[in-house]
Design a protein around this ligand. Sequence first.
Ligand code: HEM
Length: 201
Amino acid sequence: MLVAATDTTSATSVWAMTTLIKNPRVMRKVQEEIWNTGVKKGFLGEDDIQNFPYLKAVIKETLRLYLPAPLLVPRESREKCIISGYDIPAKTIVYVNAWAIQRDRNVWKNSEEFYPERFLESSINFIGQDFELIPFGAGRRICPGMSMAVASLELILANLLNSFDWKLPHGSVKEDIDTEMLPGITQHKKNPLCLVANIHI
Ligand code: HEM
């Protein structure tokens, strides 16, 4: 429970900041959304976040490209079945490659591009009904912590982006920030993300 909750949420927060710093257009747009709502208070709460549709789209797009559990959790088939003409015997271990599904260029336009706008006009959601976006899995064993994960990610990112103006360390360019991953069940960034936080007044 602890690993499923904390490791995934922290990995996703780092991926979100990584991809935002590599995409200054999106970073600017999401910060303008937060800064221009007139909310000046120090800490943003869940009510404030309901006014940030672009931030929600940024989180969805992060979970599309950098889902922390790329192969979800292994399953075992209970009985023999046929999928797309292939015979699957009972008791076969099944891995769902959600990573490949969520980057499938037959499904997603410019699938490798970080483009949160794709979710603004679309009803696609990660709640297990749209099989092209399943970072939390689907069906009866879908992640039971999904609501808490989304609420946490929204609070973490909204407050990081509201309070600070994020910059690359002196002398670095966005191309220096890599997206290499560590091996493991949860997909973490291999090299630590190092950014400069300037307090936003
Ligand atoms: C970005 C954050 C998270 C992601 C992407 C995520 C993703 C997943 C995935 C893909 C599974 C497997 C689902 C399946 O078998 O189809 C899972 C299971 C699970 N998750 Fe999450 N999770 C996240 C956050 C959380 C949080 C915050 C909690 C608890 C508060 C949590 C608790 C669990 C538990 C207990 C399971 C195992 C459920 C079972 O045994 O059936 N997760 N999660």
